[in-house]
Design a protein around this ligand. Structure first.
Ligand SMILES: C[S@@+](CC[C@H](N)C(=O)[O-])C[C@H]1O[C@@H](n2cnc3c(N)ncnc32)[C@H](O)[C@@H]1O
Length: 236
């Protein structure tokens, strides 16, 4: 496995502050509301309900939560320094990371299951002419579009309804099929050194991608408090 000089320098100092505890509480509350919306009979889909109910339910845009901003900087630092032609950000939410990718790609597409999130992301991205957004479930077959040389899936995979190893491997293979021959995928999810149930689930998700057909693991990064795995499309 290799470590790259990434697109941006990695933050060097410890990047949690006491205030960031409120960030975790906010995320946990968003997940609890989502669980309630999933149970009730609603006219809106659960994620649309969540984004319509609260602007920025996960607090990803709020500058007082340094953890999330530094996590985005860390993720950028893991990407090989090169110019990307076509980038896809799956489960982009409000497009917070999508906008950070804008300087590094000719075109960047953000997709999310929530039309509400997509419409807010598009409004917040008006200053970036190379960004576009589309409402789409990550499992849906994409309409005919060019292959991507970089795909990001950050903090999204644990919202899949079925996370069996077979379902995850099938999704990984679908994602691999959208890559250019030298294309890369970066997946990132919560990780606290395997001590909690969510971390163990993250390990299973990342392992399913590592062993999926069509992808080779290039590098794995364990950080406080997330795991990121960089994969490349298998050469034929
Ligand atoms: C915690 S947010 C992460 C947003 C963004 N990736 C980031 O790191 O800032 C999870 C996002 O995944 C989206 N999502 C959940 N299930 C999805 C699915 N099946 N297909 C596409 N997006 C999905 C949600 O709507 C939500 O915006």
């Amino acid at each position: 496995m290799q470590i790259f000089d990434g697109l941006a320098p990695a933050p060097t100092n410890f990047f949690m502050t006491l205030r960031d505890i409120a960030y975790w509480v906010r995320s946990a509350r968003a997940d609890a509301r989502l669980a309630r919306f999933r149970q009730g009979e609603q006219s809106l889909s659960p994620f649309d309900h969540l984004y319509a109910d609260t602007h920025d339910p996960f607090g990803v845009e709020l500058p007082q939560y340094r953890y999330q901003q530094r996590k985005y900087a860390c993720l950028l630092s893991m990407l090989p320094q090169r110019r990307y032609r076509n980038i896809l950000d799956v489960g982009c939410g409000l497009g917070t990371f999508t906008r950070k990718l804008a300087p590094y790609g000719d075109r960047v597409l953000g997709t999310d299951i929530s039309g509400e999130a997509i419409s807010q992301a598009a409004k917040m991205s008006a200053a970036h002419p190379n960004l576009s957004y589309a409402q789409r479930d990550m499992l849906d077959a994409a309409p005919s579009e060019s292959a991507f040389d970089l795909i990001i899936v950050a903090d999204t995979l644990y919202y899949m309804n079925s996370r069996t190893p077979a379902a995850l491997k099938s999704l990984a293979a679908t994602i691999a099929s959208k890559l250019t021959p030298d294309g890369l995928v970066l997946i990132a999810n919560h990780y606290f050194f395997g001590v909690d149930a969510a971390s163990r689930e993250t390990r299973e998700i990342h392992d399913a991608f590592r062993w999926a057909s069509g992808l080779d693991c290039v590098a794995e990064f364990r950080r406080a408090f997330f795991l990121a795995t960089l994969l490349r499309r298998t050469a034929h």
